[in-house]
Write a new protein. Structure first.
Length: 83
């Protein structure tokens, strides 16, 4: 996990985000249910780490790319799905 809310806010601050606005959003848990839905979906699709991308569509199926990969990997998978 990302850690405590204070650690997450520290990351946001280091990124140069408006920390007051970010903190209000985080503390309100405005998107907590959506994050949980997407986390569950990713786990059900076999995601084992971050970042994980699923490239494709329901007709062709999806190719999963997990972890930091070079551009060439993404390019190859996208080209395969475009054919």
């Amino acid at each position: 996990g990302w850690g405590t809310p204070d650690k997450i806010k520290s990351f946001a601050n280091n990124l140069g985000l408006d920390i007051e606005e970010f903190s209000l959003c985080l503390d309100s848990k405005k998107y907590e249910s959506r994050v949980q839905q997407l986390t569950t979906l990713a786990e059900n699709l076999g995601s084992t780490g971050t970042p994980t991308l699923f490239i494709g569509n329901e007709d062709q199926g999806f190719t999963q790319i997990t972890g930091a990969q070079p551009y060439s990997v993404y390019s190859r998978v996208i080209d395969e799905h475009l054919q």
